[in-house]
Design a protein around this ligand. Structure first.
Ligand code: DC
Length: 212
């Protein structure tokens, strides 16, 4: 089973690179951040406080999630809503919930088994979810560049708001006790700041050819 793990902070280019690598190799692609966002969306929609760890954990265990080109939560299409500023603000709290992580990590492993491997992007894919993945990439980019990329996607938000949000999430995601964002020991770190997507994709494909 070939799993390619792509980790890194918001705006590092993970999704763009992971999708392209998957397309070039004919593999399926899983965005695990969308899963944490979907649980956060479901909690908000049901009036559950994201800080209420027990209620959110129970909600998560019972949630029907489909994450592919579109994201559906209990049969409701939430592709757009999971990217809202409201969900983005609360997602780090949900992602720090150990019971939520246990449940979603299990679903991520089931997904890979059912799909015969794939390109999986997130924060802890190489370190926790698939520690034996033959290819692990950690993407980074300068803070200002990451904020610029995200603010081009979030047209309703001002650059300063996006930059502050990314800094807050970086801090929360890197300092939580369970599965913090970090570079796995055997991951290859690539800085995407001044590099075109194609160059980064080619480098990941070279790693795949070398290591698998
Ligand atoms: O990649 P993203 O910005 O859509 O991820 C949303 C949040 O989910 C992010 O703040 C951290 C969390 N996350 C995580 O903790 N572990 C993952 N494997 C993926 C995302």
């Amino acid at each position: 089973m070939l799993v390619i793990a792509i980790d890194g902070p918001a705006g590092s280019g993970k999704s763009t690179v992971a999708r392209e690598v998957a397309a070039r190799l004919g593999l399926d692609y899983l965005d695990t951040g969308a899963m944490y966002r979907a649980v956060t969306f479901a909690a908000i929609r049901r009036g559950i406080d994201p800080e209420d760890a027990e209620l959110v954990a129970e909600l998560c265990r019972n949630l029907t999630l489909e994450v592919a080109e579109t994201v559906s939560v209990d049969g409701v299409d939430a592709t757009i809503e999971i990217r809202s500023p409201e969900v983005t603000r609360a997602v780090s709290t949900v992602a720090a919930n150990p019971a939520v992580r246990r449940e979603l990590v299990e679903r991520q492993r089931e997904w890979a088994a059912a799909h015969g491997g794939g390109v999986v992007e997130g924060r802890d894919i190489g370190s926790v979810v698939f520690p034996d993945a033959p290819v692990k990439v950690y993407l980074t980019a300068d803070d200002a560049e990451r904020a610029l990329r995200r603010s081009r996607e979030m047209l309703e938000l001002h650059y300063d708001q996006v930059a502050a949000d990314i800094a807050r999430r970086d801090h929360a995601d890197s300092n939580r006790p369970v599965a913090p964002l970090g570079v796995a020991e055997d991951a290859v770190a690539l800085d995407t700041t001044d590099r075109p997507v194609e160059a980064v994709v080619d480098e990941v494909l070279r790693l795949v050819a070398d290591r698998s």
